[in-house]
Design a protein around this ligand. Structure first.
Ligand code: NA7
Length: 544
């Protein structure tokens, strides 16, 4: 840490703190700032709170995290009074939960909806951020805390004729609030990521015909969801301390942690038994509770990938369709594993068709439907499950200008550059909560953001106590962190696959290069590191 004693006389901002975003992260950040007794405003683009859970209303939207690890851990009372109905709750329940939290902690009065921030400029002279909203309002604040979501900038394909389609079409993120009539309809879906998989398995038996346009298949595994009965509810509520202690220990912040046995030291028979067990168990265990080597060693990965490939072959009746659903460009777990419920069986239905758009690419969207290189298809509805300009996209959509007129967009042109995913040098008092290169974007989100939010609240409190007005990452510390983030990519097979973990998105110009988006060192190490930094008077940050 370095500091200057220069006391700049700074005018009083409209709010000491502005938080952007009323999702899981923004809600908790608001609560913490209010507890510090600071004047705070939260601006949210949507017309209600919930972030991801406000927008993603598509059929089948639900957790892949165990519900009881997704709730906030900060309030024992909240944990005891809320009962999750399923091991992996669906979107409406999560949205109700977040609204319950807002009411309980009396947060609504500090939130302004329909308030999309278009631009944020750091005014060096007065040391304040100047914000501009889409509806033309101007606001100032000292601390700007972005809780703008890691998967909140939805991307439609860059295809000719997108607006020419005469039927209904939308991205899953913008699924209409009014019921969508699917009965008897000819429906197309583009995209087979975690979202597409949830939609396909949920609507296959509700539509007339469903045609899935798949570019690259993903390795999917059973979610094995079930309701939580009264007995289990009691057990869960009695064991929250252990549940969260467990989540604190695992690299991903889930209850599932890697099996550290050496893959090769376990007999083929025992490996198989272990894998069968994982495949039949709920949640991400099959991905994150597997032998560690499965995600780091090519041979172990190939063997497990073959295990899953055989599961797919066993579940899909038509061998040619089964082969189309088995990834060949990446190994299991190197991209985000979509969790499924009877997904593969959907392809056994006579009304579900699979089109491989790697072989026959989509030419364009036509007034009647979709034209590929070898056929034209007619539809009543087209669903774009085409993903997000992940993690940095929400930042790029705001015109953020730091010191010396530097644009965040330009600084991150070739990939994000941050210190702990929390700050960017040249952008004082901007805290990029759930930003790139932090741990929350690669882990179970609520535990991840709870540590980032707590760290931020402590920093702001520390600054108040010491009468500091400005905090800014130093370029040297930032460079060292980015190097470390890059190095961690080398320790996992994730770096071998093109996905949003590695910064690729064919629908966004320039996102065809490797970008180091997330921290793969694991949540415990990350937490330890940022706690240490705080203890060392925010080493790596300039406080003035
Ligand atoms: P993803 O995981 O990014 O998946 C997007 C899917 O859309 C994926 O199958 C893409 O194929 C496909 N896609 C994207 N653009 C196109 C075009 N232009 N043509 C054909 N296919 C396309 O997003 P999701 O919403 O499913 O999941 C995001 C996260 O939300 C998920 O990880 C969870 O954490 C929650 P590709 O694989 O790129 O070939």
């Amino acid at each position: 840490m370095s500091s200057t004693s220069a006391e700049t006389s700074s005018p009083k901002p409209d709010s000491e703190v502005i938080i952007i975003g009323a999702g899981v992260c923004g809600i908790y950040m608001l609560h913490r700032i209010l507890k510090l007794g600071l004047d705070v405003t939260l601006l949210e683009a949507g017309d209600g709170p919930g972030g991801t859970w406000h927008w993603n209303r598509y059929p089948g939207a639900r957790f892949d995290s165990e519900s009881y690890t997704y709730g906030y851990s900060f309030s024992k009372e909240l944990l005891q009074e809320w009962s999750w109905s399923e091991h992996f709750a669906a979107q409406p329940e999560t949205l109700s939960y977040l609204k319950h939290v807002i009411n309980k902690f009396d947060l609504q009065g500090h939130m302004q909806f329909d308030s999309q921030v278009k631009a944020a400029t750091f005014d060096e002279e007065v040391g304040l951020w100047r914000l501009e909203t889409a509806d033309g309002r101007n606001l100032t604040c000292r601390y700007l805390l972005t809780a703008i979501g890691m998967l909140s900038a939805a991307t439609e394909p860059r295809l000719e004729g997108l607006d020419s389609f005469k039927g209904e079409s939308f991205h899953t993120y913008n699924w209409p609030r009014t019921p969508v009539d699917l009965k008897g309809k000819k429906v197309a879906i583009i995209g087979t990521g975690a979202t597409g998989v949830q939609v396909i398995q949920s609507i296959a038996d509700k539509v007339g015909e469903l045609t899935v346009f798949q570019r690259r298949p993903n390795w999917c595994a059973p979610l094995n969801n079930s309701p939580i009965d009264d007995n289990e509810q009691v057990k869960i509520k009695a064991s929250y301390d252990e549940i969260f202690a467990r989540c604190q220990k695992t690299p991903g912040g889930f209850i599932h942690g890697p099996d550290r046995r050496d893959f090769a030291s376990v007999s083929a028979e025992d490996r198989l038994a272990f894998w069968e067990d994982l495949y039949a168990s709920p949640g991400f265990g099959v991905w994150l509770g597997n032998f560690r080597d499965v995600l780091t060693d090519v041979e172990a990965n190939a063997e497990f990938s073959e295990f899953i490939a055989n599961k797919i072959r066993g579940r899909v009746n038509d061998p040619a369709v089964a082969e189309m659903l088995i990834p060949t460009d990446h190994g299991f777990g190197s991209r985000r594993v979509p969790m499924e419920t009877h997904y593969y069986e959907a392809y056994n239905r006579p009304n579900v068709h699979l089109v491989n758009v790697s072989d026959t690419p989509i030419d364009k969207i036509t007034p009647k439907g979709i034209k590929t290189s070898d056929a034209e298809y007619e539809f009543d509805l087209i669903i774009y499950a085409t993903g997000f300009d992940a993690i940095t996209g929400a930042f790029d959509r705001i015109d953020i200008t730091g010191k010396d007129g530097q644009k965040l967009r330009s600084k991150w042109d070739k990939g994000p550059i941050t210190l702990y995913g929390m700050q960017v040098s040249g952008f004082p008092n901007l805290i990029t909560l759930a930003g790139p290169q932090g741990a929350s974007v690669s882990t179970n989100f609520p535990p991840g953001i709870e540590s980032a939010v707590d760290w931020t609240a402590d920093l702001i409190q520390y600054m108040g106590k010491h009468d500091y007005k400005q905090v800014e990452a130093t370029p040297e510390a930032e460079e060292a962190w980015v190097d470390h983030v890059k190095e961690m990519y080398g320790h996992t097979l994730v770096s071998t696959a093109k996905s949003w973990f590695t910064g690729y998105n064919s629908n966004v110009e320039g996102h065809d290069i490797l970008r180091h988006m997330v921290y793969f060192g694991g949540a415990p190490k990350y937490r330890e590191r940022i706690a240490q930094i705080a203890e060392n008077d925010y080493e790596g940050f300039d406080l003035s």
